[in-house]
Structures are given as structure tokens and as C-alpha cells.
Design a protein around this ligand. Structure first.
Ligand SMILES: [Zn+2]
Length: 323
């Protein structure tokens, strides 16, 4: 997370699984990308991925749907759905620039968490690039609400997320968590937490032709008796951890990492996007700083596979320098 320099992956990698929406198999390729190119998606099934029409930038202002996940769509109406778990993994692994090729309208759902994307990025290796990373430093408090949901950003020397959720079901009830990413890593604390769904809702969605790929293989499913999955939960508070995962993925659609303190109650993809839009609508509330100006530490020894002749920045070993 706290690299002073932009990072990409060292080599191309790929994975596949069903897509949540269509239920069809989708293959995803991650490829290294140049500095300042950001996270870009290419739909290989549109013009063979060669036209501008096939490209969708990972940007908060292209979010068009937040019902079953976060969908981004370009001006030609070409979209990519369920980007948030991949975006969260890219955020957590410190990737700034990458080309994401998909051969269908959505990112594969994998196991419903970010774990497989983390493994994929580790398999590729992470390398630092010759340009400072730019971050959005929060200068003033921003607050948005959406029904019962609240989301706040405020100044903080680091990145921290305080989150709470509440569902009228005993399996979840109320859960809260606080993550200061100087102390915990996304990979260990959050990446393996799966999305969840209620059996009755899943049945309704599938009857309407939606969430056709949703199953016990890629979600925690809850019925009146509790968690239906063999093996139960991965964490006692897996639900709030997954909501934190979604926040990180949705916030990273800002195009840069945030440097501040996020506080959110009953978050969802809609309010996550609303928060980032509100931030950009208030230029006095933030400024852009280089990672090199934020006092990040010196890269330590390789955690992601050292390669001769390249600087490898191990995010997990780095903490920002304090005064
Ligand atoms: Zn999710």
C-alpha cells in the first residue's frame, strides 16, 4: 500500500471462473501497464479488444449500476460488471497500473472474495516504476448519506477504515471493525472474506434471470437456519470484512489511493460511489500529493519475488515514516 512509487505487475497472468451475472465462464488476463496509465479494462469480445469502444477506464464517474456489484461503462455503452473485488485486490497489493482483459461483460467471481486475485498478483510479482505514486490527501470532512447508510472521509495521516453493518438476521446482526493499514494488511485482514446472500433473495434473483452464476461456490448463502456453506465461515465477522473489501474496491475507482480516514455505516456500492463523487465535487476537500512527499519509508527486501535489476517494493513490509 505505502509505496512512494507507482507499481505494476512483472508479467502477464490469467484466471477464469463463472461470472456472477451471466453464469458463463469468463477469463481474465492481467498485463503490466506503463506509468500513469492506471487500471484499464479491455473487453476482448468487443472488436477483438482493438478499438476504443472496447476500453473501459476504472473510474468512479463511469459507474452506471450498483445493484449486484459495481458496473462501469464507457461512453459507447460497453461495460464491465463486478469490478470491485479485483479493484480491492489491486489496491491491497499496491498496483497502480495494469491492463485487465476480459472476454465477457464481467469480471469472474472466483470464490466471491479477493483471494484468487491476490494469488494471481503474487504469481505475477509486483514491480516499482519510475514515477512517484500520486495520492488523494483528504483536507476537509466529506459526508454523504443514502437512506440508513452513512459514509465519511476526513483528514488522517495514513489510511484507516471504520465500518459497521447491521442485518436483521442472527447470522450477521451487528458487526463493526476498524482497519488502520499501517498496522494490518489487506491480504491478511480482508482479502479472503466472501460476499454473502440470503437464500430467498438468490432464488428471487435467479427466477428473474439475474445472478445466474451465484452459488455456494462463490458466496456465503444464509437461510433461516444460518450459514448453508459446508465449512461455515472463514472469519467470525466475515460479513463486515467483506463489506470493507467492497469499500476498498469502490474507493479505488477514485483512480488513486486515498490518504485519510473513512468512516462508514451500512455501506453498499451505491453510497461508496456517492462518497467518491462528493469528494471530487468539492475541490477544497482534497489535494493530490506524490507518495515521495508523504514520507513513505524506503523499500525493504522483496516480499513479492525479487527480480535482478528491478526494484521490488514489498508493500507488506512498509510503513509510512512518522514524524
Ligand atoms: Zn463484494
Amino acid at each position: 500500500m505505502f509505496s512512494a512509487y507507482q507499481q505494476t505487475i512483472a508479467k502477464a497472468v490469467h484466471c477464469s471462473s463463472v461470472g456472477l451475472h451471466t453464469g458463463a465462464t469468463v477469463t481474465l488476463h492481467l498485463e503490466p501497464a506503463s506509468v500513469f496509465s492506471g487500471i484499464r479494462f479491455k473487453r476482448m469480445d468487443i472488436d477483438g479488444g482493438r478499438s476504443e469502444r472496447s476500453t473501459v477506464e476504472a473510474s468512479y464517474d463511469l459507474v452506471t449500476d450498483t445493484m449486484l456489484g459495481t458496473t462501469i461503462e464507457n461512453e459507447h455503452g460497453v461495460g464491465v460488471a463486478t469490478v470491485e473485488h479485483l479493484m480491492a485486490a489491486l489496491w491491497g497489493m499496491g498496483i497502480d497500473n495494469v491492463l485487465v482483459r476480459v472476454d465477457g461483460p464481467e469480471v469472474p467471481i472466483m470464490d466471491g472474495s479477493s483471494a484468487d486475485f491476490i494469488r494471481l498478483i503474487e504469481q505475477a510479482g509486483v514491480i516499482a516504476q519510475d514515477a512517484p505514486r500520486r495520492m488523494i490527501v483528504i483536507d476537509e470532512m466529506i459526508e454523504v448519506t443514502d437512506g440508513q447508510s452513512v459514509a465519511i472521509l476526513k483528514p488522517y495521516d495514513g489510511f484507516r477504515l471504520d465500518i459497521d453493518i447491521e442485518f436483521k438476521h442472527d447470522a450477521i446482526a451487528r458487526q463493526s471493525a476498524s482497519y488502520d493499514f499501517a498496522d494490518v494488511t489487506f491480504k491478511e485482514a480482508i482479502s479472503e472474506a466472501r460476499t454473502c446472500g440470503f437464500a430467498a433473495d438468490v432464488a428471487k434473483l435467479q427466477a428473474a434471470g439475474l445472478a445466474r452464476g451465484g452459488s455456494l461456490d462463490n458466496a456465503i448463502v444464509i437461510d433461516d437456519d444460518g450459514v448453508m456453506n459446508d465449512g461455515g465461515l472463514r472469519f467470525d465477522d466475515e460479513f463486515v470484512r467483506h463489506k470493507a473489501l467492497d469499500c476498498m474496491g469502490d474507493y479505488f475507482l477514485a483512480g488513486m489511493r486515498l490518504w485519510g480516514h473513512a468512516v462508514t455505516s451500512k455501506p453498499g456500492h451505491c453510497i461508496n460511489n456517492k462518497l467518491i463523487r462528493a469528494l471530487f465535487n468539492k475541490p477544497s476537500a482534497w489535494h493530490i500529493a506524490d507518495g515521495t512527499d508523504l514520507g513513505f519509508g524506503t523499500p525493504a527486501v522483496a516480499a513479492y519475488g525479487s527480480r535482478a535489476g528491478r526494484r521490488v517494493v514489498p508493500e507488506v513490509l512498509m510503513t509510512p515514516a512518522k514524524d
